[in-house]
Structure formats: structure tokens, C-alpha cells
Design a protein around this ligand. Sequence first.
Ligand code: PGA
Ligand code: ZN
Length: 424
Amino acid sequence: MAKIKKITAREVLDSRGIPTIEANLELDTGQHVQAIASSGQSKGKYECKELRDGDIARYNGFGVLKAVSYINNLIAEKIEGIEINRHIEIDQWLAEADGTEDFSKLGVNAVLTVSQLMLKAGAISNQLPIYEYVNQLFNTLFKKSVPLQRLPSPIFSVLNGGKHGAKNLDFQEFHVVPASSMSFSNSLEIVVSLYDNMREIFKRRNMPISVSEEGGFTPTLYSNEEGFVIIKEALHSKGLKLGVDIFTGLDCATDTYYKSGKYFLKDAGSGLKVDQYIKLLRSLVDKYNILILEDPINEEDHKTWRSLTEIIGKQTFVVGDDYTSGNIDRLKKVIEGKGCNAVLIKFNQTGTIYQLMQLADLIRFSDLKLVFSHRLGESTDSIIADIAVGLQADFVKFGAPSGGERVVKYNRLLHIEALLQGKT
Ligand code: PGA
Ligand code: ZN
């Protein structure tokens, strides 16, 4: 079995122009792989922590030289020479070596880069595409027999507000979600024309065309509801029916508009109490066929999460992202309290592929829907598309169909779709 020969890391930039870690791994067979860490903008309170240098003289404190040196010295020294098929053991060693619950010592950015490298090296040394390797690994480790059947349904961001859109809108992301009966390639084609139609609408209204770092438009509108009106208008000109061909979604990311028990939305004159806010959400859900409703409630209000899921859970996936933050103990608590009926996970919330699989196992086998997501700070690496397919996630959320770092993931799904259909 191939052994890890050398690991080298360096500081590079992510899609936002913020430092991140890139690293290479060489096997003693001469095979090479490369990996890069992603990074979030609106992070959950309970997710693992990145290590940043904090030296204001370099990259405004966002440098990652310390985390890079942990890989080049401490981690490389420990794992060089080990057989690559033992990479899950190494994941567990990384957790022990760090010793904290959230990787705050080594930094989740360092751990994530190493775990990704090993996953890629495991796949090439077994001569398998990453999605197939992930699927086999998952089934073996968790004694499951999840078949590689379908591609996850895509959730596309088309409008951005909150921390992603510089406060033009309160909700962080407005999504369009093609009906799950549609093939991935068909969904992508439809959403690309819808996205183009939206650009035309803004031009007709003489509005500046601005986009967020994940590619969604960031118009300044009078209300959040107006965002849905624009999506609806763009759909009509394509002859698509809302609630039949296409659904909508929201990532509310409430922490930007929740304060001391009230929800402050531009749609209402003053702060809304919980019951008034729920009423408003319910009316949006019904009026605009919201299928995906992510982080709609403040993360500490478990009671309201549960009651909202009870009320709308038959028609809508109430998704925990910041609510669960990829933290296994937190997730167990949420599942026990029936706080949501779908959970979103991101690789860099957890750090290692082993922990990511533990989450996926718990989510899927608790009968919740699994959403696999990118981060705002991404790269042109497509590994998360493979992981989502390997784990047979129900949905993927990779941003707008625009920008190299987003499109590369959608393009990889197109390729995997063809591979699964035996077309290449
Ligand atoms: P983030 O956004 O990458 O900024 O965390 C994604 C999300 O909240 O779903
Ligand atoms: Zn989110």
C-alpha cells in the first residue's frame, strides 16, 4: 500500500482574496494531490475555529502562516511514512493532537487541508474517483449500504443580503430550487436562464447590476418580499411554474436581524415579536412556495424551531445550518428536540472527513434531509461535489451559477451525472 512521502503547505488566497491554506501531498508511488481550505463569512457559534495570525501588519490580521507551519512541521513529521489507507486513523489522531473540541489549537483550516489531502490520496491510490471512494469508505466505516444512485438536487443562490450582501436585504440568500424530478443538467440549464432573466429585469428597472461574493445579485430593494417578486417575474418569462417546476428557498441567517427577542426586517415598520415573525414567514412560505427555509429562527430558541417545523414541516424543509454548526453534540440535541427536519453540513465546520461522515450518518439515519454546502470563501477545487454525491446528500448548495469557484462544482456534478449514466 502507498505511503505518504511528503506534505508541504503554503499561504495562498481564497475566492474573496483572503488568505487560506493550500497544500500538496506526495505518495511514495510518485502520485501527487493538492488541497485548499474554504472559509465562511457568516459562521455558526458552535462550528470549529480557523487559526488566523492576527498580525494586522499582514493581510489585516487574516494571514495563516501559523496554521501553515503546523502542517509543515508538526503534522507532516507525524504522518509522513504512514500508509495512506490509514487516513481515517490519522483524522482521529488530528483530533487528539489538537485536544480541543473545535480545533482551535491547530486551526480547522489546517486540519481540513490535511484531511482533504489524505482523502484525495486515498482515492487515487485506490484508483477510484473521489465520489466512489467516499461512498465505499462511508459504507465500510458505518456498516451501511447506501448505493450511488442519484445526484443531489441543487439549491442555487440568486439574490444575496445580510452578511453576504452588505445589508441591502435582511435575508442572507434567496434560492431557486428546481423540482427534484428534474435531472441535474436540466436544472442547471433552467436556472442559468432564470439568472440571466433576473439580470435583464434589473437592467429594465435601471438598477445597478451588482453581485455578491457567491454570485447572487445584491439589489437594494424596499422589502425582502420584493426579492421573491423578482424571482417570480424571471420565472414567468421562461414559462416556468412556481410550485411545480421550481421552488424557492431562503437562508435567513437570522443573527443579522435578530436582537433581544425581536426580528427586525425591512418588511415590517418595527421589530417583530416571535409570533408576528412566524406569521410573516408562513405567509412567505405559502405565497412563494418556499421549499428550503434555512436558519429561520434564533439558534437558542429551540421551542420555536420545533413549533415552526411542526407547522410547516410537511411542505418545507426547515434546515439547521448555524443552528447545528456541524457540531455532533449540538446535532444530537437538535434531533432529540425535533428542532428541524433537514440539516446542512459544510466540510470546514467539522475539519475531518471522518467527522463529516459521522454527521452525515446521524442525519440520514435520523430521517432528516441532508444538505451539503460550500462556503462563501471558496476555491476552484471541486472536491465537495464529489463528497456530496458519495454521501448521497439530498441537496447541494454551491451558490449562484456564476464565478469559477462556484461553476467548477456544478461542472463537476455535470461530469458525475454523465459518469453515473454511463455516458463517458
Ligand atoms: P458562509 O455562508 O459560508 O458565509 O457561512 C453559507 C451559509 O450560511 O449557508
Ligand atoms: Zn446558512
